[in-house]
Write a new protein. Sequence first.
Length: 245
Amino acid sequence: MTQPTMIRRVPDTLRPIRVLDAFSCIGGATKGVKDAIPGVHVTGVDIQAQPDYCGDVFHRGDAIEFIRAHGHKFDFIHASPPCQGEGAPTKGTNRARNAAVGRTYPRLIAPTRAALEATGRPYVMENVAGSEVRKDLRLCGEMFGLDVLMHRYFELGGWSVPQPAHPRHRGYVRGWRHGVYREGPYVAAYGQGGGKATVQEIRDAKGIDWTTDHLRLREALPPAYTAWIAHAWLATLTPTVEVAA
């Protein structure tokens, strides 16, 4: 009888797993990774100062340049290029309004992808509906029992995971929409006024308790998303057994 073949693809177990959170903001993605992987070391990089960043090390600078220079040193990379140049802000009346005031947004997904692929490391790149990220995975707050929907799409590089079931939403997002105000179990974690979420409501809905910065809270991913992703990635690294036919 042919013996099973053991396949192991893991980082060096003599050191902590090292993860890079590019375009990190305050570290919503970082917190999820740290919740999921015991002893992980997470480095954040962002073009803006992030005094509330919750990871181990923070670098202020160009995230794409950092990936190009240092990405190969990490076991896994998460990247969240700014969404302002993607989706709704670049379409319809928003596009015309931005053009009228000379407002432009960089399109960073393609150069980020090129930098990630050049590292040879497994990665995940996140963005909004309508963006150019490959839609390998979609996550929603309802999957984790959160009070925010926040659908986000993830491009997976060098690894894969099946799409989890998307449960039916429990109702409306609270607030005004098309002239109608609705109550609902979810809060709108973007903008201000019109029934949108307060700082504390966003903290509670996303599971973020280390900052009260309204703008950063709005931009941050719920840690539950990247905790799920980190667990899924780890599962691809555990020893597996192939039984010969």
